[in-house]
Design a protein around this ligand. Structure first.
Ligand SMILES: Cc1cc2nc3c(=O)[nH]c(=O)nc-3n(C[C@H](O)[C@H](O)[C@H](O)COP(=O)(O)O)c2cc1C
Length: 418
């Protein structure tokens, strides 16, 4: 008879005991929930379960067919890394200098409007998490916390202000002076909103700011009690930079933004503002050159997270050409579609000086306030460190275009992985 490969025996209790590692619940429920999220997509799932459909879709959605956002995310997946092997990668340094400041990671929090509508802690949570992780936080003109309160919440952080140029120039510049008085040293001027993009989810949801209590929202509220309790028991959602608005988001944007703005206005702002200036929303090589010539310290390649022009260029695809044309005189930053630390590394390798996240931060916020934002930043940090080591580099400066090959894309086709 053949000798079996495996010899069986009865389990002995004394041998089983060390294998059993049951412990009682040690973490608070929120901490446990966040700790279970290992990707930004996981945080998005938690966010979706905990946030009413109107605010969730306002964050998650993009303009018209939403293909712009899908393509930007797909572009990161459609690249191939070319790792170096047999390098000493015992350390991984994520530090980056940008616009004269030292940051612990090469990514900042992009400006987002109406942030307290997503989760009541809003901008304070973002600014505090950014302070903790040594990265910049940018407050939007459409923010729901004042610049003074943001600076007070994160006094040791690097807090920036994003400006939308309104039809009323004096009021816009009043905001800039207020930011300056609060200690802000960096202005980000967003130039891709001459009119509001068509965010169809918001239209279909009938989203208003602040959200109205209707029969539909009340039914939707049942499985999301925490959001509603927060909403009803904390100060109302209002704009920090202007008096309240009672209407849809698109109506507000169209009322406020100035479709007559040109490069002359950019030069005018450059003359008014002595601090660092980033121009956000650049989408062609030619406009990058013109913005640099008008005095921008940095240009931010961005299509507003796919929320404005649908079928807009993918920022990652512009990067190499823009970087070559600007010849290192003006910093080149990038956002849109970043959902993974390796996306950030790819952008840096292809020449980005710095990157920003919008939704990745907001999914964290909706999943668990400040702790959720910290979880998002931790996930990105861990992903960056691991992937740097796998790429065979130990500092961002070692990343080069040769580490990344952009493959033939199948843009907008197929479903993004989870
Ligand atoms: C909910 C939401 C609100 C936004 N509000 C603003 C804003 O007020 N000003 C601005 O310049 N960009 C705004 N953006 C665009 C972001 O600054 C950033 O460009 C974009 O989110 C990057 O793409 P990502 O979400 O894929 O990271 C917003 C984006 C989102 C998702």
């Amino acid at each position: 008879m053949d000798v079996p490969n495996v010899k069986r025996q009865f389990p002995k209790v004394s041998e089983l005991a060390p294998l059993l590692k049951f412990t009682g619940p040690t973490l608070h429920r929120k901490e446990q929930r966040l700790a279970n999220a290992v990707t930004i997509w996981d945080l998005r799932e938690i966010a979706k379960k905990r946030t009413p459909q109107g605010p969730f879709d306002y964050t998650d959605g993009a303009a018209e067919s939403e293909v712009t956002l899908e393509r930007a995310r797909q572009a990161f997946l459609d690249l191939e890394f070319r790792p170096n092997i047999l390098r000493d990668v015992s350390g991984a340094n994520l530090e980056r200098q940008s616009l004269g400041e030292n940051f612990k990671m090469p990514v900042g929090i992009a400006p987002t409007g109406f942030t307290r509508m997503m989760q009541t802690e809003g901008e304070r949570a973002g600014a505090r998490a950014a302070e903790k992780y040594g990265i910049p936080f940018t407050l939007s003109t459409l923010g729901t916390t004042t610049i003074e309160d943001v600076v007070a919440a994160a006094p040791g952080g690097v807090n920036w202000f994003q400006l939308y140029m309104w039809k009323d120039r004096d009021r816009s510049m009043e905001l800039v002076r207020r930011a300056e008085a609060a200690g802000v040293k960096h202005l980000m001027l967003t130039v891709d909103v001459p009119v509001a993009g068509a965010r169809l989810r918001d239209v279909r949801n009938g989203l208003t700011i602040p959200p109205r209590l209707t029969a539909k929202t009340l039914v939707d509220a049942i499985p999301k009690p925490e959001w509603w309790i927060n909403f009803l028991t904390t100060p109302g959602i209002s704009f920090a930079s202007m008096s309240s608005w009672n209407g849809t988001v698109a109506e507000l944007l169209d009322f406020m933004f100035d479709p007559t703005m040109t490069f002359d206005d950019l030069k005018w702002i450059r003359n008014q503002w002595k601090g660092k200036l980033t121009v956000k929303g650049i989408q062609t090589v030619d406009d990058a050159k013109r913005a640099a010539k008008a005095g921008a310290d940095a240009i931010l390649l961005s299509n507003h997270g796919g929320r404005q022009l649908d079928r807009a260029p993918v920022p990652l695809h512009l990067l190499v050409d823009v970087k070559r044309e600007l010849k290192g005189d003006t910093e080149v930053h990038l956002d849109t579609g970043i959902m993974h630390g390796a996306d950030i590394l790819a952008a840096i390798a292809l020449g980005a000086d710095f990157t920003y996240i919008g939704r990745a931060y907001l999914y964290g916020l909706m999943a668990g306030g400040q702790q959720g934002v910290e979880r998002a930043l931790e996930i990105l940090k861990v992903q960056m460190i691991r992937n740097m080591k796998l790429l065979g580099v130990s500092s961002l400066e070692e990343l080069e275009p040769s580490h990344v090959k952009i493959l033939q894309t199948h843009q907008g086709l197929g479903k993004l992985p989870n």
